[in-house]
Design a protein around this ligand. Structure first.
Ligand code: SAH
Length: 285
């Protein structure tokens, strides 16, 4: 396991690319989002007809192939002194999903969580998973239906740690979160401490994980799920549950088929806005 270091970027200046995308073309915008992150984006935001990506460098300092591949109509703007984390904090509101209410940490003193819901304090920083996205909320809803007491849970692509923390709050005995992004692992660790839950965290992916789990959570991207389908199936105990998302509605059937090909049974595709959450089980021994 690598010792994660928080990412540091030059403060103050950002460059925003506004990239036209065809409304409803989930596959194109998922693939583009993945490429932008790989290319160094510090944040992305989807709005109707466009994807906005922020970078901490000007376009001529980015991967030239990425910049050249952006569609005609892409515009770049320099945004001095915009702190997107501060902007997120100012706009953030508590959000409920499944058995939890996610409360932005800076609102902790001013907001009461209703009885019966687990409260998760969260400061996403620059990691993904504030609870506002349909894919995260959809996974939390499925998680609420499972009896996690005494169970082991693996969260692949933990981001802010939101799903892993929710699983621990719902009584899971052991929770392991992994993420290929070292910065996300730092953020998840901070959030786990803020919520008084013990979760194990590691930089890496399924290859780095040993053993099998009662529940595996995987809110990733379609392409990643297709690639990892066999390994995800292999990381479950017999009758274990897989909860996967990050898949646009149009791609649900393709991912469902890949999970069935990997040997999982009772594959279910649930719609959540423009996205789907897939629920499947490992077969009985
Ligand atoms: N679990 C959170 C975050 C999901 S975002 C939620 O549900 O809201 C997806 C996360 O997966 C990102 O933090 C990204 O860094 C990570 N990721 C992407 N590909 C991965 C892979 N192959 N293995 C592990 N983590 C991965």
């Amino acid at each position: 396991m690598t010792d994660p270091q928080p990412a540091t970027g030059p403060p103050g200046e950002h460059w925003a690319a506004t990239i036209p995308v065809r409304a409803g073309d989930r596959t194109a915008s998922e693939l583009l989002t993945a490429r932008l992150w790989v290319g160094g984006a510090r944040g992305t935001w989807e709005r109707p007809g466009a994807l906005v990506a922020w970078f901490d460098r000007p376009p001529d300092a980015l991967d030239g192939a990425l910049v050249a591949a952006l569609p005609v109509g892409t515009t770049w703007a320099r945004e001095p002194d915009v702190d997107h984390v501060a902007a997120w904090r100012a706009a953030a509101r508590p959000v409920r999903a499944g058995a939890v209410e996610i409360v932005p940490e800076h609102l902790a003193d001013d907001h009461d969580t209703p009885a019966g819901l687990h409260r998760i304090l969260l400061d996403p920083g620059q990691a993904f998973g504030s609870g506002h996205h349909d894919t995260t909320a959809g996974c939390l809803e499925v998680l609420a239906e499972l009896d996690l007491r005494g169970r082991t849970v693996l969260d692949v692509g933990t981001g802010t740690g939101i799903l892993a923390i929710a699983a621990a709050k719902q009584g899971a005995e052991r929770v392991l979160g992994v993420d290929t992004d070292p910065h996300a692992v730092v953020v998840a660790g901070t959030n786990a401490r803020a919520n008084d839950v013990a979760i194990d965290l590691a930089v890496g992916s399924l290859d780095d994980v040993e053993g099998r789990f009662d529940v595996v959570l995987a809110n990733l991207l379609t392409a990643t799920l297709l690639e990892l389908a066999d390994d995800l199936a292999g990381s479950l105990v017999p009758m274990g549950w897989l909860v996967a998302s990050g898949v646009g509605a149009a791609r649900g059937p393709v991912v469902a088929e890949a999970l069935a090909d990997a040997g999982l049974v009772d594959v279910e595709v649930r719609e959540r806005g423009e996205w789907v959450v897939l629920v499947a089980r490992a077969p009985a021994p």
